[in-house]
Ligand binder design. Structure first.
Ligand code: GDP
Length: 297
């Protein structure tokens, strides 16, 4: 289960506070040490942990908390509030263009869930906004990525523009965009290539597609299971492409929590959606407050 270790350890720290009647500054420090270790073990970015603990500690040792009738409860509330803050406070909606089509460029490393997420998002737009999206298959490197997108398109009844794997992806996108104009699609989702790691050629190609399409949204898909690595990947993509949002996938697995808690603070970019399963309906808007509740258990 996601966040299992983190939840258990934070709860333990809180329970030991709750067992005490009066709470001293030292008790707070002790529990903050435990929470700090819990966060580090959950693979949360070191700088994020440091700032988080400092803020919570400062707020918690204030007289209005320690001298209140329910100090432990107040501290739980502070931890919760700061978790929400670190994850960006509020859900951030998808950008929408004033004139159609809204262009969403999907980027990410191979295996992160980019192609699946493109399908999930197209389905969501279709169901919730009665949208008529077009998906463009521009991942010509991963074997079978084009076929995979076509199969997904058939499953959700969304057209897929493809030109096989022997054409330059920038050209595929150019022609796909023309097709979308012609058919008056209101959304275009571009499934771009991923690699096993960030490299110059990949970034060049993505920059060219960005330049060509002026996307309203560059959504980076990262795998929550990869913890700190997901954060590094997010930083890398954001430095090069200035992404507009992140989709965190595989939160149905036993991820420790590091990516969810670090990405916003490290990149300044919001997590917009979370993937919670392999089915095409398993995509949810990311709500920092709900995620904080889930982490606190
Ligand atoms: P891409 O290489 O980034 O395009 O990755 P894919 O879309 O092919 O996804 C890689 C694998 O991850 C596939 O088996 C997907 O079914 C799986 N996947 C994607 N998102 C999720 C998710 O949220 N939860 C789970 N459990 N699996 C996912």
């Amino acid at each position: 289960m996601a966040f299992e270790g983190l939840t258990e350890r934070i709860q333990n720290a809180i329970h030991s506070l709750q067992r005490k009647g009066k709470i001293t500054e030292n008790d707070v420090k002790e529990s903050m040490r435990e929470i700090r270790l819990a966060l580090l073990e959950a693979d949360v970015n070191y700088g994020v942990v440091k700032d988080f603990i400092k803020t919570v500690r400062e707020r918690a040792i204030g007289a209005e908390v320690l001298e209140s009738l329910t100090p432990a409860q107040q501290i739980v509330k502070i931890v919760n509030e700061e978790l929400v803050k670190v994850m960006g406070e509020k859900a951030v909606p998808l950008n929408k263009s004033a004139k159609i089509p809204t262009v969403i460029m999907m980027v990410g490393l191979q295996g992160a869930g980019k192609t699946t997420t493109a399908g999930k998002l197209a389905l969501k737009l279709k169901n919730e906004q009665k949208a008529r999206p077009l998906m463009i298959a521009a991942d010509v490197y991963r074997p079978a990525a084009v076929d995979q997108l076509k199969i997904i398109g058939e499953q959700i009844d969304v057209p897929v523009f493809e030109m096989g794997t022997d054409v330059d992806p920038v050209e595929i996108v150019r022609q796909g965009m023309a097709k979308a104009q012609e058919q008056k699609n209101d959304y275009v989702l571009i499934d771009t290539a991923g690699r096993l790691q960030i490299d110059e050629k990949l970034m060049d190609e993505l920059a060219q597609i960005k330049e060509l399409t002026h996307p309203d949204e560059i959504l980076l898909t990262v795998d929550a299971m990869t913890g700190q690595n997901a954060v590094e990947v997010a930083k890398g993509f954001n430095d090069q492409l200035d992404v507009t949002g992140v989709v965190l996938t595989k939160l149905d697995g036993d991820t420790r929590g590091g990516a969810a808690l670090s990405i916003r603070a490290v990149t300044g970019k919001p997590i917009k959606f979370i993937g919670q399963g392999e089915k095409l309906t398993d995509l949810d808007v990311f709500y920092p407050d709900r995620m904080a509740s889930r982490i606190l258990g």
